[in-house]
Design a protein around this ligand. Structure first.
Ligand code: ZN
Length: 462
């Protein structure tokens, strides 16, 4: 009972303190300074996020986990960060990892076409090498897969786009479920909100996939569906050339040490690896996320801003491949005992920011809401969305340690249709990145991290 009274008392005091809304002039000045440096066309920091990202994308190309491109891009990022004058810069090797590379691959439509037609396609991550030819059965749901006899056939999943959550189930689980039902190969409709005939890759069930599993375009999935509905026999051949191999990779770090509570750590970052499907793939997913976080740390450091707590930048290695020895798991296993205050991740693009999602206890959420509303209204990033701060890499740390999570809320609709138009395609390129929007992300991220890191008082644990 005493415990409950104490809890209620603490809550009321905090609530009172938050409602008083006394703006601290120094803190306000810091936020203004960050904004002026990033948004001033005369400043060296103006558009530096876009320019730095463009350098990496143009110079190193896509960064598939474990590939030489990725290794070169990791080295270059590390060397670049070393020159930025942070308190500490380091990398951590993941040890031996198993990764996957794409080989020659194709889908050819033999029937009902008179002359064989190559379809735009892309193999799904972890698909092994193989060649299969057979009649196609189109299904629209997992229920329909159970009802139809797909033995000896190639299953084409043609589902409706209702957001990533429902669509990814077909990409991840669809091929293996079809194989269990007797199919000899799988084509999935690309997981995409809008299509201009571009196939979208992504990971499938890496532990169980045994046969060719590929994505075809939304347009072609619909075409095969129409053919079947009018009773035409559809025959395709799928060729894939995927291979697994042993390699290694690194997470990269930079830190500004807190002057008062150096052991209290605010983690922030994105994943440096990407898919491999175009000349610039990984500009948006997630090169942009990594670079806006790095630039956020850089502006704080360059302005000589020392917060009370430590801010640690991480470029995670290996998110796309989803392995449990990737950078996120390596970090959580090796740093799970560090005192993490919060983990921020940017992995939904870098369009215009308007606030933050947070997954934390009620009091901490209340504190972040207060800080954002008090100090970030001027930069338009003050909206806080409780219980909505999850991301993939920060989520691993949260699973291991219960660390609260934060992510940036940026302009897009509810299903992130802009993001998923380009996601995991050759269209993920510098063309879809916007210089002003990236600058706004740097301002918003640097500001919220600073506000939490410099908060003068204990950070609520619940
Ligand atoms: Zn991503």
């Amino acid at each position: 009972m005493k415990f409950i009274i104490l809890l209620v008392f603490t809550f009321c005091v905090n609530a009172l303190m938050l409602r008083s809304g006394v703006k601290d002039k120094i803190t306000e000045g810091v936020i203004q300074q960050i904004r002026e440096q990033i948004k001033n066309p005369q400043s060296q920091y103006y558009h530096s996020a876009y320019n730095r990202l463009a350098y990496y994308v143009d110079t190193f190309g896509p960064r598939l986990w474990g590939s030489e491109n990725m290794a070169d891009a990791v080295d270059a990022l590390y060397k670049d960060i070393e020159k930025m004058g942070f308190d500490r810069v380091w990398k951590e090797n993941l040890g031996e990892i198993t990764s996957w590379m794409r080989g020659e691959e194709s889908v050819t439509l033999f029937e009902p076409r008179q002359i064989p037609q190559k379809l735009n396609m892309i193999g799904l991550g972890w698909t092994p090498a193989g060649v299969v030819k057979g009649e196609v059965e189109v299904v629209h749901s997992f229920e329909e897969l159970k009802e139809k006899d797909v033995r000896g056939k190639i299953v084409c999943f043609n589902f409706e786009w209702n957001g990533y959550g429902s669509a990814i189930a077909f990409r991840f689980a669809g091929p293996v479920l079809a194989e269990k039902a007797g199919a000899i190969g799988t084509m999935i409709r690309s997981v995409a909100s809008v299509s201009i005939a571009s196939p979208h890759t992504g990971m499938t069930d890496y532990e169980n996939i045994k046969y060719p599993a590929v994505a075809i375009t939304v347009e072609d999935a619909d075409m095969l569906d129409r053919m079947k509905k009018r009773g035409q026999k559809v025959v395709v051949e799928i060729k894939t050339g995927g291979q697994q191999y042993k390699t290694t990779s690194d997470n990269v770090f930079a830190e500004i040490k807190g002057y008062k509570y150096p052991d209290e750590i605010l983690l922030m970052g994105g994943h440096w690896d990407s898919w491999d499907v175009g000349s610039q793939t990984g500009a948006n997913d997630d090169g942009g996320g990594v670079i806006v976080c790095l630039e956020a740390l850089r502006i704080l450091n360059s302005l000589g801003i020392k917060p009370k707590r430590t801010i640690r930048f991480i470029a995670w290695s290996g998110e796309e491949m989803g392995q449990n020895n990737n950078g996120a798991f390596h970090y959580a296993r090796n740093h799970g005992k560090d005192n993490h205050i919060i983990a921020f991740e940017s992995d939904l693009g870098s369009t215009k920011p308007y606030g933050f999602g947070i997954t934390a206890g009620q009091q901490f959420t209340q504190l972040v809401t207060y800080l954002a509303q008090e100090y970030l209204t001027g930069i338009g990033a003050e909206r806080i969305y409780p219980n909505d701060g999850e991301s993939v890499d920060s989520g691993v740390l949260a699973d291991f340690t219960g660390t609260p999570m934060l992510n940036n809320r940026i302009a897009d609709n509810e299903n992130h249709d802009f993001y998923f138009t380009y996601h995991h395609t050759a269209g993920d390129s510098m063309w879809m990145m916007n210089q002003e929007d990236m600058d706004d992300n740097v301002v918003a991220i640097a500001s919220i991290m600073y506000l939490i890191a410099d908060y003068d008082g204990p950070i609520p644990k619940d």
